[in-house]
Design a protein around this ligand. Structure first.
Ligand SMILES: *[C@@H]1O[C@H](CO)[C@@H](O)[C@H](O)[C@H]1NC(C)=O
Ligand SMILES: *[C@@H]1O[C@H](CO)[C@@H](O)[C@H](O)[C@H]1NC(C)=O
Length: 353
């Protein structure tokens, strides 16, 4: 089991260091696509999903704070890596033994920018999440000492999926200041320069192997389609997202070049998600232009307890107006995992230097 895991990981990062890690530790940062319950701890947050019908297809059938009917992509990737899905940071923040096994800082409504998702009242922005990671580091140093803690953080893998809300719950909302204040070119510069600082800060704190999840074609999610005349994808939005993705790739190249131990990877999910939307039947889906929960609005858009669900949840790419269904996450995680982790079966861990 650990051999398998090792092959997968060394295949992208070609790292000898991980060969000595008997258990892969992952730290996860992100938004509602990866939140596994942090927002349940934020008393006043409006970005919550801890009510039916969320979780209806999760083990136990209960809402957990995940913004989907079942598992997140992170849950599925973790299970493929043979590790438990890291718990919500706020559920284990006081327990250093849990923090050592990896945690998930993701928060629904969060963005690269602090102002993103302002109207959710409470959420943990990427900067807030990095602050929590810094606290985690302090607790682990106290427990293990500087040297062992450094090794721990250098060997861990960091998954980052953030930026969708900077569009959907910021730039694309007419009542938010950023869309009026900035042209898209200016906005994207702001996003990229902020992200640059955030990657560097994580690196300073010991993160080296970071996987950044590129954004999907947000112009095609139900909450954006409703803004068009006939329910089609918003072309302009998709063009902006592709620009963002390409600028992040440049940034990652620059950082890999400039930071001596950085091993950043860009996971390009855009083409994958677009294919799922354009050719749903190839993947066993029937509907990709509206949500199973039938809540296609550009604000709100979450599946409320009084909503009427579709008959067959596995036939829908989208669960609510923003988030993929468990069935779509399973396909995405599969592709993601094999493009990022899996390699030719002959790939062997590199020897230690
Ligand atoms: C977000 O707010 C924190 C403190 O309130 C600040 O340190 C940080 O620089 C801000 N980040 C951005 C991207 O504005
Ligand atoms: C989705 O597409 C189908 C057919 O392809 C169409 O009949 C339906 O009206 C579309 N739904 C929305 C919400 O655009």
């Amino acid at each position: 089991m650990s051999i398998l895991r090792l092959v997968f990981v060394t295949s992208i990062f070609s790292l000898a260091a991980i060969a000595f890690a008997d258990k892969l530790v992952t730290y996860i940062f992100g938004d509602s696509l990866t939140d596994v319950g942090n927002n349940n701890y934020l008393q006043y947050s409006l970005a919550k999903s801890n009510y039916p019908w969320y979780g209806i297809d999760y083990s136990g059938g209960q809402a957990t704070g995940r913004f989907t009917n079942g598992r997140t992509i992170g849950d599925i990737i973790s299970s493929k890596l043979g590790i438990p899905s890291p718990p919500a940071y706020l559920s284990v923040a006081q327990n250093v033994d849990d923090l050592l096994k990896g945690v998930n800082y993701a928060s629904g409504g969060a963005g690269i920018l602090n102002d993103t998702g302002l109207y959710f009242i409470q959420k943990l922005s990427f900067d807030d999440q990095i602050n929590s990671f810094k606290k985690t580091k302090g607790a682990i140093i106290t427990k293990l000492g500087e040297a062992a803690a450094k090794k721990h953080f250098n060997e861990a893998v960091y998954f980052i999926g953030i930026g969708s809300n900077d569009y959907v719950n910021n730039f694309l909302q007419p009542f938010m200041a950023d869309g009026q204040q900035y042209t898209h070119d200016e906005f994207i510069e702001l996003l990229i320069s902020t992200l640059d600082q955030q990657f560097k800060r994580l690196y300073q704190l010991g993160a080296q192997k970071m996987v950044f999840h590129g954004l999907g074609p947000l112009g095609c999610i139900p909450s954006q389609r409703v803004k068009s005349k006939r329910g089609q994808c918003l072309k302009q939005v998709n063009e902006w997202i592709q620009q963002f993705n390409s600028k992040v790739q440049n940034l990652i190249r620059k950082l890999n070049h400039g930071l001596p131990y950085a091993k950043l990877v860009f996971a390009d999910t855009y083409p994958l998600v677009l294919d799922l939307i354009d050719n749903p039947s190839t993947y066993g889906f029937k509907v990709s232009n509206t949500s199973c929960c039938n809540v296609d609005t550009s604000i709100g858009g979450l599946c409320l307890p009084n909503s009427k669900l579709c008959k067959n949840r596995n036939e829908y790419v989208f669960w609510d107006a923003f988030h993929p269904s468990d069935a779509a996450n399973a396909i995405l995680a599969d592709k993601f995992f094999s493009s990022i982790f899996a390699s030719s079966p002959s790939a062997a861990p590199s020897p230690s230097p």
